[in-house]
Design a protein around this ligand. Structure first.
Ligand SMILES: [Cu+2]
Length: 516
């Protein structure tokens, strides 16, 4: 990455935090709600001192409009592609699903965390090009159906097209999908003007304002004009589409739904005031009870529902900081970014703050290990491709290998994620939510030699911040991560994958099938 091609510094905290608008339905009655969403190229100002940036956005905005639904609401969405034929960013045509025999720009939308039938899940091969001129081999329908069976939770929607997901999301194709419920309303959490998303992403820019994404790894691959990179770390942090924004707040409680929508970067978030944040939710909904935390780690695709209390802090300013190494957890020098955004407690209190941090919230039913009818040991591996590039795999299989995971509808399984690599990988399983049972260190060298798991020391429980419904789990190097889940309520073809987009796009994704 040559220093002359990218903007090396931008002034922090000079742009106000944007709040993505709520998506308005085309039709809504007592039986169902219908939305239409078109992906468009547009120009948007991402920082005061940068020329406008060409981005791709749902409904032509980056990040996309927030979709707000109620539990049990029947929602139909027609996702449409009106993007240019040429990609905004460098495509590697050697990557699975991105060869020259398919349109260069393909899209398919996955609502991350939604419980939907396979045909509405955004399977990576169900892509469609502009105006549905061409479609992928598993494409079946233009309109997706979401029954929103879930509890209240914070989901997000994003692109999932095979082989170019990293580029489509980097170009801007991501937004929030929030599920509300009457039960949640009864809790009197901070709401409406005091409840919003914080979509955290990293980006780099050229002096003309355009998005910078590398065409080659640091050590270029000979013989290739463009190559996928092992991971990507931008040099600025954006929240809701602005570089290092600020938010002016009242001295009261706010609810922030934080999603790490970055390609590869992890965050370990703190407030420089040292004050506690109250975590009320994990990936898939509210926790049993709130926990007070001073820092929270979020891998790509992980969410945290946080309450921050600015009461009695009139006149103060508070910086949300980050000290996660990149790559995580080992880190390379120069990749870290220590600031995320800033809060100014400068607005007068408009009303008495009657919102509460409840003592108890959901009563989470725990899945029981003795109900599990199947245990699967699945490795996270690294290998070399024919160009000498590092490539990450799941279970030592590539995307095209025959389906090996076929859980039975309604059955409970325990998956042991055996990470043999040096990175933490956020593993996401479509359709289901799961609970983390724990992690345990093991002898990686012996495993690589003999394929035998020799544990080192006792298992340790999930972190308090992970005790709830999850759909993405950090599988750390040198550890076996144990998760439990029940497969259903649908059968059919889904995927599980690493959510570092550079890994997902290059073979660290596998199909799985729920069978009768
Ligand atoms: Cu990975």
């Amino acid at each position: 990455m040559s220093e002359t091609t990218i903007v090396s510094s931008l002034t922090k905290f000079v742009d106000a935090l944007p709040i993505p608008p709520k998506l308005e339905p085309v039709k809504k009655d007592n039986t169902y709600t219908y939305y239409e969403v078109t992906m468009k190229e547009t120009k948007q100002s991402l920082h005061r001192d940068l020329p406008s940036t060409t981005v791709w956005g749902y409904e032509g905005i980056f990040p996309g409009p927030t979709i707000e639904v109620d539990c049990g609401e029947k929602v139909f969405i027609k996702w449409m592609n009106a993007l240019p034929k040429r990609h905004l960013l460098p495509v590697d045509f050697t990557v699975h699903g991105a060869h020259k025999d398919v349109p260069e720009v393909r899209t398919v939308v996955h609502v991350h965390g939604a419980v939907v039938e396979p045909d509405s899940d955004g399977y990576p091969d169900s892509w469609f090009s502009a105006n549905f001129e061409q479609v992928g081999p598993t494409f079946t329908q233009k309109i997706y159906r979401y029954d929103n069976y879930m509890n209240s939770c914070t989901l997000w929607y994003h692109d999932h097209a095979l082989g170019i997901t990293r580029l489509n999301i980097y170009a801007g194709l991501a937004g929030m999908y929030i599920v509300r419920s009457d039960f949640e309303r009864s809790l009197k959490l901070p709401s409406s003007a005091y409840d919003f998303p914080l979509i955290i992403q990293d980006r780099s820019f050229r002096p003309d304002g355009s998005l910078y994404y590398p065409t080659q790894p640091d050590e270029p691959v000979s013989g290739l004009k463009t190559s996928v990179v092992p991971e990507f770390f931008g040099n600025t942090i954006l929240v809701n589409g602005k570089v290092w924004p600020y938010l002016v707040v009242e001295p009261r409680k706010y609810r922030f739904r934080v999603v790490n929508a970055s390609n590869s970067r992890f965050y370990r978030i703190k407030l420089d005031s040292g004050q506690l944040m109250y975590q009320i939710g994990t990936d898939r909904g509210l926790m049993d009870r709130p926990i007070g935390i001073r820092s929270i780690t979020l891998a790509p695709a992980e969410r945290a529902d946080l309450i921050i209390d600015f009461t009695n802090l009139e006149g103060e300013s508070i910086i949300m900081t980050n000290d996660a190494p990149a790559p995580f957890p080992k880190g390379d020098k120069g990749n870290e970014i220590v600031e995320v955004m800033k809060f100014f407690v400068e607005l007068p209190l408009r009303h008495i703050d009657t919102s509460v941090i409840p003592a108890y919230m959901e009563n989470l039913s725990r899945l029981r290990t003795h109900d599990a009818t199947k245990k699967r040991f699945l490795t996270l591996d690294h290998t070399m491709d024919r160009f000498g590039r590092e490539m990450m795999l799941l279970d030592n299989k590539d995307w095209d290998a025959p389906i090996s995971e076929k859980p039975v509808l309604g059955s409970t399984e325990i998956w042991y994620l055996v990470n043999t690599t040096e990175d933490t990988h956020p593993i996401h399983i479509h359709l289901v939510d799961f609970q983390i049972l724990g992690r345990r260190e093991y002898d990686v060298e012996r495993f690589n030699r003999e394929r035998v798991i020799e544990y080192r020391g006792d298992p340790f429980p999930p972190e308090p911040q992970e005790c709830g419904r999850k759909d993405t789990v950090r599988a750390n190097p040198g550890e076996v991560t144990k998760i439990i889940m029940k497969f259903g309520p649908f059968t059919g073809l889904y995927v599980w994958h690493c959510h570092m987009l550079e890994h997902e796009d290059y073979e660290m994704m596998r199909p799985y099938m729920v069978i009768k």
